[in-house]
Design a protein around this ligand. Structure first.
Ligand SMILES: Nc1ncnc2c1ncn2[C@@H]1O[C@H](COP(=O)(O)OP(=O)(O)OP(=O)(O)O)[C@@H](O)[C@H]1O
Ligand SMILES: [Mg+2]
Length: 297
């Protein structure tokens, strides 16, 4: 567990306060100069991630080919759902996008930089600086307060303790949990724990947030609250990639990538109006799945 937590902690935390966070009447809301429009450059989105011909084979035995020739580009400010049957390679894909794992073949570009050949320490540094992770099992440290759990996201960023704790409180405020800052995870509901995990992912202002089944352990109502938060974060310009088994959650996302047998077999986007509806904090209605178009990946 400690290994997982320290691994998670290493992945978190960035520097600069590029975004301004504020509260809305709807609860915690994020606003800032890197909104969806700003993330675009000359009409096209700045590329955050590009996978080219990525394959992944687990040595075994038995040997498993988890990904086969995957090409995937994700632009700044996108919100992408990754769907597909169990065992199809979704987590493997997310782990490679998140620099938690390396492809067997193929290249991974992060913010225009080829990270395929980085040494382990450089990879960890890139991950800590640029990527925030959220997991189905939350991965919070039981013996620590919500605030310290979030502050852990800055542990490997050379930020002093007092500053880490100050930023942690800010991040908890963004997810509407400042009032629970001193609670331990065991004193929080499942949805609140996941909010703490999201605050930890955000505290370092990463280039993007990756979430593997973030609502997988939550009931429907709590899941809706977490999705509303993710939509708010997306509307404020954050890039979010999430894996989900829940079709209704996938339908809310402006882009949906389908993985089957280690291949991307579908890549659909909502049209602009439908995407606006989906981005809206209440935009989880039944009609947002309409207006999707297939795109070449
Ligand atoms: N560390 C590993 N070693 C060997 N095989 C692995 C490893 N991790 C995953 N696999 C295999 O790779 C394939 C893809 O696994 P992956 O976890 O990416 O699937 P998934 O789509 O995330 O599934 P789920 O929806 O059940 O989480 C599976 O057949 C799995 O058994
Ligand atoms: Mg998985």
């Amino acid at each position: 567990m400690i290994e997982i937590v320290s691994k998670v902690a290493r992945q978190l935390g960035p520097s600069a306060s590029r975004r301004v966070w504020c509260s809305s009447a709807l609860g915690s809301f994020v606003a800032g100069p890197l909104g969806p429009e700003v993330a675009r450059q000359g009409g096209t989105r700045r590329e955050v991630v590009r996978l080219q011909d990525v394959s992944k084979t687990y040595a075994g035995p038995p040997e498993v080919i988890a990904l086969r020739g995957v090409d995937l580009t994700i632009g700044a400010g996108e919100m992408v759902a990754i769907v597909g049957p169990s065992g199809s390679g979704k987590s493997t894909l997310l782990n490679i996008v998140g620099l938690l794992d390396r492809p067997t073949t193929g290249s991974v570009m992060l913010d225009g930089q080829d990270v395929s050949r980085l040494r382990d320490a450089q990879l960890s540094a890139a991950r800590a600086r640029r990527i925030g992770f959220v997991f189905q099992q939350f991965h919070l440290v039981d013996g620590q307060s919500a605030r310290d759990n979030v502050a852990n996201g800055l542990l490997y960023r050379g930020v002093r303790r007092a500053e880490r704790r100050r930023r942690a409180l800010d991040a908890l405020e963004r997810v509407g949990l400042a009032a629970r800052a001193d609670h331990r995870p065991s004193q929080l509901s499942g949805g609140e724990r996941q909010r703490v995990a999201i605050a930890r992912a955000l505290v370092g202002e990463p280039a993007f947030v990756l979430a593997d089944e973030p609502t997988g352990n939550l009931d429907t109502v709590t899941s809706a609250g977490i999705m509303r938060l993710l939509h708010e974060l997306h509307a404020a310009g954050n890039t979010i990639v999430l894996i989900t088994h829940d079709q209704s959650i996938a339908e809310q996302c402006p882009r949906r990538v389908t993985v089957r047998d280690g291949r991307i077999v579908g890549d659909e986007r909502l049209d602009v109006d439908a995407a606006r509806a989906a981005w809206h904090v209440h935009g989880v209605g039944p009609d947002v799945g309409e207006g999707r178009t297939e795109v070449a990946s």
